[in-house]
Ligand binder design. Sequence first.
Ligand code: ADP
Ligand code: MG
Length: 240
Amino acid sequence: EAAVTQFRTRHRIHLYGGERVAHPIRSFRPLLDLLAPALRRNFAAQSGFRRPTPIQMQAIPLVLADTDLVACAPTGSGKTLAYVLPLLHKLGTPNPMGGYRVCIVTPTRELATQVHELFSVLATGMEFRINHMVKSRPTESDTTEEAHTFDILIATPMRLVTEIKNKTIDLSQVQHLVLDEADQLLELGYLEQMDTIIAACPHAQLRKQLFSATIPPPIEELAQSIMRDPVRIFIGDRNA
Ligand code: ADP
Ligand code: MG
């Protein structure tokens, strides 16, 4: 236990609440042994991922453990992989008519595209259906019927809220909701949309994970209003 605490300190991982839930991972290797062969292969093919970054060290095991999570780590520190990899593992296999089980909300189309790319690369050959919903309006191919066949939704707030209000999207099976770059969601004025999105995810086993470079007070309030006792991770100088 002392060694674990020391390891966290060395990597400037500040953890509040999940100390006994999940130890940080020191390398990707033991994790790879858990993964389905296709996911393991796809991950290994990404030669850029040699060692986990501090946020990945601590967030990956917590996402695997299904905790509600507030994760704060600097821009460029690898927050995307910290949730994409464990969520793909949790999904296991595609469920063709089951509906969305994972919903990722990102502030901008560009970020949504980056998240989509990482999901796609790591899920190569696994036949997950990933919907990348960023256009301001639905297109002809976005029929309701087709939407039921997706496993993963990556969306920007306005479009998603439009779909929710029009009752053209079903989020009843979403078990993992990620609010990515939450400080940017706030800056762009999307807090109200977050309430609508959360209210549209009624699953009893819904897990919420919030990732952000900073946690300004309104984001802290959002976290407190939507999560019960989330585990918190801060990477870096705690007083920064
Ligand atoms: P953040 O969301 O924290 O701003 P990103 O998830 O966008 O950061 O990652 C920033 C960059 O770091 C990306 O180019 C990504 O591929 C790379 N990266 C992520 N994890 C690792 C890792 N473990 N080792 C090396 N590079 C990584
Ligand atoms: Mg990011």
